[in-house]
Design a protein around this ligand. Structure first.
Ligand SMILES: Cc1cc2nc3c(=O)[nH]c(=O)nc-3n(C[C@H](O)[C@H](O)[C@H](O)COP(=O)(O)OP(=O)(O)OC[C@H]3O[C@@H](n4cnc5c(N)ncnc54)[C@H](O)[C@@H]3O)c2cc1C
Length: 500
């Protein structure tokens, strides 16, 4: 086994593998260091639904990455269109316009070609019919900006990426934790690792950091996200503890982005502390736009229908965490229950069901019964009944006159049987991290590049603040991973940056 490479990539998820593949394409010798054992490889990327948010212009773009789209699927589907302007608007709007405009522009403008690049490397894509399109008047209509996902979800994606990496001669070491960056007089010179209890120094001309955020680090969560975050459940891997961020800060990198912010969702209340690769998304509870969400006091606390789920789910985990006891219930009636995805019916779901609201709240046990019944009564009375309910569009079926109104899909909770699902906060990934430029060079406090150091994926700060448009994480990781690999290879050869 060699101890010297052109490029070392730290991490074994989507961003890392894109970087490794792209560096290898440039002829560099590449080593991937994956801290996890082989059976748990792939980081959070392996836990995903595999969704990619890319610019598209309907069926023609979709067909460029899903060539086996059938005539029937084409005839029965309205893919809509998602322009670069819409994507940029979404990134700006949901991040309250904090999102770094240069990074955003790079992700958006390179999104489609990067998905096509992945397709060319053996990743199969399929349309996201399951979750992002409802059938209406005989036709599937997509909503919320994402139309494709990797076949086999995150595991399928990661599997295809590892296969491509192995085929193209990328070396991979599992169970190898990077613990320090080795910096010489002229820049990065290598990485210190610990593998199976033994420390070793590896040499490289360039290093790509792609080792995720700090969501699995209980202590950092409490320190940076705030009190209570130690209690959040981690939705994905246990290995993302902020190592890459710490190592880069140690050699002078600049902290960037929203260190107090993260992506977090409604998650099964009694889920284990970390994600389970065998059932990566069955613990999600994403049907809340059709529910009312109530806390222990029986009160609503968010506008459940403020927007499509894709634009609110990533910030409502925090709202749940902030409730008394850090739990809530999603409450539905039989008029909307059929819209819930299979995760609500999966093993390990905490559910109460009853034919009356009084019985329902009694079964929920830890919700104030009187106040809950009043909340439902007030809610039902405030619903604009004359507006038609339509899950495919922001239907404007709202409530009026409540302290917290519901803006869309406000269907009254009145038809038995009633059901309620218990949730807590599940953290997905952290938003704070390192500052990079559009060539993915890691910048120091004076915005000067640290020679030979590149970064991609979750540990890049500055893209997401407060919230996140669903399926942008894999997309951003792929775009910057691909650039990072190419740039690191060019640096290793002593060549010029190829940044546009
Ligand atoms: C349940 C779930 C569902 C999701 N669904 C989607 C979705 O459908 N679409 C989407 O865009 N995003 C989704 N996300 C978010 C997405 O997972 C991330 O945005 C993305 O995967 C991050 O990729 P990454 O390569 O930066 O990090 P990861 O995939 O987490 O990879 C980090 C890697 O670094 C390794 N590592 C950590 N420390 C070290 C070290 N010291 N040395 C060596 N290796 C180290 C880890 O083992 C891991 O392999 C989801 C996340 C979760 C948890």
């Amino acid at each position: 086994m060699s101890t010297s490479y052109d490029v070392i990539v730290i991490g074994g998820g989507n961003a890392a593998l894109c970087a490794a593949l792209s560096a290898r394409e440039q002829g560099a010798s590449v080593l991937v260091l994956e801290r996890a054992p082989e059976a748990a490889r792939g980081g959070n990327s392996a836990y995903t639904g595999g969704g990619f948010r890319m610019v598209h212009h309907g069926v023609e773009t979709v067909r460029s990455v899903v060539p086996d789209l059938s005539e029937g699927e084409i005839a029965n589907t309205d893919f809509g269109e998602y322009t670069a302007e819409q994507y940029l608007d979404d990134l700006g709007r949901v991040t309250q316009y904090y999102c770094d405009p240069d990074l955003a522009e790079t992700v958006v403008r390179r999104s489609t070609e990067t998905v096509q690049w992945l397709h060319g490397r053996g990743v199969r894509f399929v349309p996201r019919f399951g979750r992002y399109a409802f059938k209406h008047e005989g036709k599937f209509k997509f909503f919320g900006g994402t139309v494709v996902e990797a076949a086999g979800g995150g595991r399928g994606l990661v599997q295809a990426e590892y296969q491509a990496a192995e085929k193209h001669g990328v070396e991979i070491r599992y169970g190898a934790q990077a613990i320090a960056l080795l910096r010489g007089r002229e820049g990065l010179e290598g990485v210190r690792i610990r593998a199976h209890g033994v420390e070793e120094d590896l040499r490289a001309s360039a290093v790509v950091l792609a080792s995720g955020g700090f969501e699995a680090n209980r202590e950092w969560r409490t320190r940076y996200l705030g009190p209570g975050w130690d209690m959040a459940k981690v939705r994905g891997t246990r290995y993302n503890t902020g190592d890459g961020i710490r190592m880069a800060l140690d050699v002078g990198a600049q902290a960037y982005g929203q260190w107090s912010g993260c992506h977090s969702v409604s998650w099964e209340r009694y889920a284990p502390d970390f994600g389970d690769l065998e059932r990566p998304i069955t613990l999600s509870r994403n049907g809340y736009p059709f529910s009312i969400m109530v806390n222990a006091e029986g009160r609503r606390f968010v506008d459940e229908g403020a927007d499509f789920r894709n634009y609110t789910y990533a910030k409502y985990g925090r709202a749940v965490l902030e409730q008394p006891g850090s739990y809530a219930w999603h409450v539905f009636d039989s008029q909307v229950e059929h819209l819930l995805h299979e995760e609500y019916r999966s093993k390990g779901t905490t559910k109460a069901q009853a034919n009356t609201l009084e019985e329902l709240v009694a079964r929920m046990e830890d919700v104030h019964p009187g106040r809950f019944l009043e909340t439902v009564r007030e809610f039902n009375a405030a619903v604009k009944r004359e507006v038609a309910f339509n899950p495919n569009i922001k239907d404007g079926k709202c409530t009026t006159g409540l302290a917290i109104n519901k803006s869309n899909w406000a269907s009254p909770i009145e038809k038995a049987p009633f059901s309620a699902y218990a949730v807590t906060c599940g953290i997905t990934f952290t938003f704070g991290g390192l500052k990079i430029d559009t060539a993915t060079r890691v910048l120091d406090i004076a915005d000067a590049p640290l020679p030979g150091l590149y970064a991609a994926g979750e540990l890049v700060g500055g893209l997401f603040y407060f919230n996140y448009p669903g399926s942008s994480g894999l997309m951003a990781g792929s775009v910057f991973g691909r650039i990072a690999g190419r740039e690191a290879a060019a640096h290793a050869r002593g060549g010029q940056s190829m940044a546009a």
